[in-house]
Design a protein around this ligand. Structure first.
Ligand code: XIL
Length: 381
C-alpha cells in the first residue's frame, strides 16, 4: 500500500495564538445507554466525568462527535489509556477487533468477545461506535485467502454475504456508522484488483451495502478510503461511486475520509472535497486522522503536524454534514505508523507517555473557537 502520493512540502497552517478560555461552557453530560451485563464489561471500566475542556465536551457544543481508534489490548490493561479514551472522545472505532480475521479466525467459529467488550465500554461512557470494517482486501482470515482462488464466484459471494449479515446482525442496534466497504480504489481511480473484484465484479460494492442494510437498517452505512481527501482521480472515482450508488437507490449514507497525512506532502483541499460529497446528500466523516513525520521530529515538522490537525478539523467544522472527526489512535506509543512507514512516527495527539502534545491543544482550541463563533453554538448534527 502506498500512501505517498504527494510530493513537496506541507503547507503549514498557523493556529491562532490568542488565549482561549477553555473552562467556560457547560460540562459534557454523559448519557450512557443502559448498562451492559456485568459479564460483558471491560475490566475496571468506570464512568469518568469529562471536563468542560475535554475534546468531547467542546465538540458536543457544536454538535460534532470526536472519536478515536481503540487498541483493545491497551484498553483492557492500562488505566491511563482507558481514562483518556473515556473522557476525551464521544465515539470509538475498533482499530482491529471487528476486522474479518479477528472475528472469524476459523471458518464458522466467531470470536466477538474483544469487540463486544469495546461496545460495552462505549455504552458505559455514552459513546457511539464506528464499526470498521465489513469488506476489505486486508486482514482477511488465512482460511479465506487460501481458499478464495479456487472458489466459484457463487461460493465466494455466499461467503461474503454471510460474513456481512452475521457481523452486522451481531452488532445490530449498537453501531452508529459502519465502514461497509474499505479502500476499494487504487490511487489512479481504477477499482482495486482484490479477490472481491476479481471474482464478483464491481457489483460487490452495491451488494455489500444492501446486505448490511438488511441486517442493521438503522446503522449509517459508509464507504471509507484514504487519499480521497485530495482532489484527483481517486477522489473523483469515490465521488462517482457514491453518486451512482445513490442514484440506484443503494443504501449508502456517507463517505469516510481516512485522512492519514504526512508532513512531507501538501495538505489536501479537504473542505471543498467534503462539500461536494455532502452536496450529493451524503454525510461525511474524517475517520482515521493522523499526521506522521520523519523522526526525530523537528520544531518545523511539529508545527506542520499542528497545522494538519487544525486544518482537517476546521474542514469538518465548516461542512454541515461532517458528523464525526476521528483520530487513528490517540497515543504515539500505540500508533500504526512506525510499523507501517519505517522512519516515521509521532503522528498522534498524545506522546509516548500519554501526555497531550501541541496537536491535542490545537484540536481543543479549534473546537473552542468554533463553539464561540456565531452560528456554531447551536448543535445541529
Ligand atoms: C491498521 C491498524 O492500525 C494496524 O494496527 C493494523 O496492523 C493494520 O491496519 N486504513 C484502515 C485501517 O482502514 O484499518 C488500518 O488500520 C490503517 C489504514
Amino acid at each position: 500500500m502506498s500512501l505517498r502520493l504527494r510530493a513537496g512540502l506541507i503547507t503549514t497552517a498557523v493556529i491562532g495564538a490568542g488565549a482561549v478560555i477553555l473552562t467556560q461552557g457547560a460540562a459534557f453530560a454523559a448519557s450512557p445507554a443502559s448498562p451492559a451485563s456485568p459479564a460483558s464489561r471491560a475490566p475496571n471500566s468506570h464512568h469518568s466525568p469529562a471536563p468542560a475542556s475535554s475534546l468531547r465536551a467542546l465538540a458536543s457544543q457544536v454538535g460534532l462527535r470526536i472519536g478515536t481508534a481503540i487498541d483493545t489490548d491497551a484498553l483492557a490493561t492500562q488505566s491511563d489509556y482507558r481514562s483518556i479514551a473515556a473522557t476525551q472522545f464521544s465515539t470509538v472505532t475498533p482499530e482491529n477487533v471487528m476486522k474479518w480475521d479477528a472475528v472469524e479466525p476459523t471458518q464458522g467459529t466467531y470470536n466477538w468477545a474483544p469487540a463486544d467488550q469495546l461496545v460495552a465500554f462505549a455504552q458505559q461512557n455514552g459513546q457511539l461506535v464506528r464499526g470498521h470494517t465489513l469488506v476489505w482486501h486486508n486482514q482477511l482470515p488465512a482460511w479465506l485467502t487460501a481458499a478464495a482462488p479456487s472458489m466459484s464466484p457463487d461460493q465466494l459471494r455466499a461467503i461474503l454475504k454471510k460474513h456481512i449479515v452475521d457481523e452486522a446482525t451481531h452488532f445490530r442496534g449498537k453501531i452508529w456508522q459502519w465502514d461497509v466497504v474499505n479502500e476499494a480504489f487504487n490511487d489512479d481511480g481504477t477499482l482495486r484488483d482484490s479477490i472481491w473484484l476479481q471474482k464478483l465484479g464491481p457489483g460487490y460494492i452495491a451488494d455489500a451495502f444492501r446486505w448490511a442494510h438488511q441486517a442493521d437498517p438503522k446503522a449509517l452505512l459508509f464507504y471509507n478510503d484514504y487519499n480521497i481527501e485530495f482532489t484527483g482521480p481517486k477522489s473523483d472515482a469515490a465521488y462517482a461511486l457514491a453518486r451512482d450508488l445513490k442514484a440506484q437507490g443503494v443504501p449508502i449514507d456517507g463517505v469516510g475520509f481516512q485522512t492519514h497525512l504526512d508532513t512531507q506532502y501538501p495538505l489536501p483541499d479537504l473542505q471543498n472535497n467534503l462539500q461536494r460529497f455532502s452536496d450529493l446528500g451524503l454525510k461525511v466523516a474524517e475517520t482515521e486522522v493522523d499526521v506522521r513525520t520523519t523522526l526525530p521530529v523537528t520544531a518545523v515538522e511539529q508545527n506542520a503536524q499542528v497545522g494538519g490537525y487544525t486544518s482537517t478539523l476546521q474542514a469538518c467544522l465548516a461542512v454541515r454534514s461532517c458528523i464525526s472527526y476521528t483520530v487513528w489512535g490517540f497515543g504515539d506509543a500505540y500508533s500504526w505508523v512506525p510499523a507501517t512507514f519505517p522512519g516515521e512516527g509521532a503522528a498522534a495527539i498524545y506522546d509516548e507517555n500519554l501526555q497531550p502534545k501541541p496537536e491535542y491543544t490545537a484540536l481543543q482550541q479549534t473546537l473552542a473557537l468554533a463553539a464561540g463563533a456565531p452560528g456554531r453554538a447551536d448543535p445541529r448534527r
